[in-house]
Design a protein around this ligand. Structure first.
Ligand SMILES: C[S@@+](CC[C@H](N)C(=O)[O-])C[C@H]1O[C@@H](n2cnc3c(N)ncnc32)[C@H](O)[C@@H]1O
Length: 387
């Protein structure tokens, strides 16, 4: 008999309600090895579907199919093709974007990003790690990339008992790759850059911010200058703040490359810098806050909220009347409602009336699967200081 797992009725209900994950507490019996594709049965031995199995994770079951539908190579290939075709339909004005967004493309724990003629893949569960060679072969056949790099170094892999490693899986991958996002050109280090090289999920928010940005801009948590470079054409003064010296060097190189030398980057801690600028009575017409995820888990939420409030309160005070604040949170554990409440508190405590110009999320190439809140992680509010 093929590998199988029996889950509780609560687990079965969760799957029937459309969520692809079953937690450890709802696993009743396991006859499977680490990383196998398993059949999943409910408590009354009714077939629920097929799934990726992990023997280490708190999420041992990630559903691939429901009922009798086989989770075989043709099905996985069809899902890859559909994901790729969807991105083509979006007509993105960029040569770097996400091709596969895990659960939202019904390919749980698989990430595929395109950077020009190269692909970067991530397998974030035991099951997907085991399938990675065949998924890579399918991607090569479908897209003919010059190289495929596995950025299997995210920390979450350790929760699955998987090694953190970076490997070339196909062809050759150079030390740096040139890509374009709208009018901005970047040189990307696919092996060492954060995430898979760039924060591709903010592309559409940078475009949206360009509708309002003007005057003096402060781009906080700038990384390689994503917002600063995109907004530099309409902002005659641009300051970018970033804590990583390596990233600051990249912002400077990117500014020269894009012919926007007025983008001034400095290495600093945003918390200290906002406090200093506030004391000095500085004023900006446009401010961007795009911090790293302050709440990586539920326990970290109270501290994270303090951090979000602090930077938003300071930024609102630094904003000139009529100015625009682009403020983001990529913590899944701080949902839109909670983030909005923090912004409300920051506005009240700083006596700064602000209106919401736009409520946004991650770009459309990082889709949100309805019923799976974990796929909605990036919140972006564009606010205007009224007076
Ligand atoms: C979400 S990324 C920013 C992405 C960027 N806005 C973009 O569009 O590409 C967060 C960045 O904040 C930086 N960072 C983290 N803590 C910081 C701090 N306290 N002060 C300044 N930068 C910080 C990280 O190094 C990282 O580059």
């Amino acid at each position: 008999m093929s590998a199988f797992v029996v889950i509780s009725s609560r687990g079965e209900q969760r799957v029937r309600s459309g969520h692809p994950w079953v937690y450890r507490a709802d696993v009743v019996d396991v006859r499977a090895a680490a990383g196998e594709v398993v059949q999943v049965f409910g408590p009354r031995r009714r077939l629920v579907g097929s799934a990726l199995f992990s023997d280490r994770s708190q999420i041992p079951i990630r559903m691939l199919t429901r009922g009798e539908v086989a989770a075989d190579a043709p099905l996985l290939r069809a899902r890859l093709e559909r994901a790729i075709r969807f991105r083509e339909l979006l007509g993105l004005d960029a040569t770097a974007y996400r091709l596969v967004h895990g659960e939202a493309d019904l390919l749980p724990s698989l990430i595929v990003d395109r950077y020009g003629e190269y692909l970067v893949v991530q397998a974030l569960s035991q099951g997907m790690d085991r399938l990675l060679p065949s998924m890579t072969a399918m991607l090569v056949e479908l897209l003919r990339p010059a190289g495929v790099l596995a950025r299997n170094d995210p920390k979450v892999r350790t929760l699955e008992g998987l090694e953190q490693r970076v490997d070339v899986l196909h062809g050759a991958v150079p030390e740096s790759v040139d890509v374009r996002e709208g009018p901005v050109e970047y040189e990307v280090d696919l092996r060492r850059g954060q995430k898979t090289g760039l924060f591709l999920d903010q592309r559409e928010n940078r475009e949206a911010a360009a509708r309002y940005a003007r005057g003096r801009l402060l781009d906080c948590f700038s990384y390689h200058g994503g917002f600063a470079l995109r907004l530099a054409r309409q902002c005659p003064e641009v300051e970018a703040i970033e804590i990583s010296a390596e990233a600051v060097a990249r912002i400077q190189a990117n500014a020269a490359r894009n012919g926007v030398p007025h983008v001034q980057a400095r290495e600093a801690n945003v918390f200290d810098e906002l406090r200093r600028l506030d004391k000095a009575g500085a004023r900006y017409d446009t401010i961007v806050l795009d911090p790293p995820a302050f709440a990586k888990n539920k326990a970290a939420v109270p501290n994270a909220l303090g951090g979000y409030k602090e930077i938003n309160l300071r930024a609102m005070r630094l904003l000139a009347p009529g100015g625009c604040l682009v403020t983001c949170s990529c913590s899944y554990n701080v949902n839109e409602e909670i983030f909005a409440a923090v912004l409300h508190e920051a506005s009240a405590d700083s006596h700064t009336p602000v209106t919401i110009l736009e409520k946004r999320m991650q770009g459309r190439d990082h889709p949100v699967l309805v019923g799976v809140p974990e796929t909605y992680y990036l919140k972006c509010f564009i606010l205007r200081r009224v007076e």
